[in-house]
Ligand binder design. Sequence first.
Ligand code: ZN
Length: 255
Amino acid sequence: MILSSKGIILKVFPYSNTSVICNAFTDDHGKLTFIAKGIRKPKNPLVSILQPFNLVEFQYYYKKKRGIQLIKEADILISFDKLRGNLITITIASNLLNIINRTFEEGFQHTVVFRLIYKILNKLSANILSNKITYIFFLFHLSKQLGFMPNINQCYHCSKVFTDFAVFNINLKSLICELCQEKYNIETNINIYKDSIFFLNLIDKTNIDKITNIETNNLILSNAYNFLMIFMRSNIPYINNLKGLTEIDKIYYEE
Ligand SMILES: [Zn+2]
């Protein structure tokens, strides 16, 4: 059956002498692997269409049980060109694509995550100054959509509302208060400060178009990023050996 889907290209690699395989996150079938046969010839437009970050309309011969779908045609819808011009932005955007590629199984549909990726790439191309906030928005909302974001306002053990700072423990995958941490002698993997909790609440509730207005500073950004990464790594072990994580760490620590 021939289907048509919109998809954001996550990864592209050559196959045999003339073909290309790519992973894309589609709006209606989640992550799919496509093959475009015989396209690596001079002047074939599909070579430039099938590039990471591009939002593409695919027409393809779909077979559910087949691991790779054969592309019939592909047209570019949006190329997010502007994000390619800035080193920090492209590092962040590449990491985002890698995380999605590692996190999702083939064919697991998630329209909200598709929209999230689209909005983040759009935001990264439109405003390079807010790229650190934008990436935190992505990590936070991806965790929430995957269903493992802990309560960031109350202690997991005693339900006390955090007033000063919260303690995160990898094994509990939750935030606890200082008193419970001492009482149960729980190892601290990272402290999340009051300002960072406040910031993450804003990230939770603010529309992505307005996140540039959120007041923040480098200390809050690096603390929030640290927490989200430790937390993501404890929930999604696959992302531990992702390429490019050190580059992202540098972006949050060195500026
Ligand atoms: Zn407590």
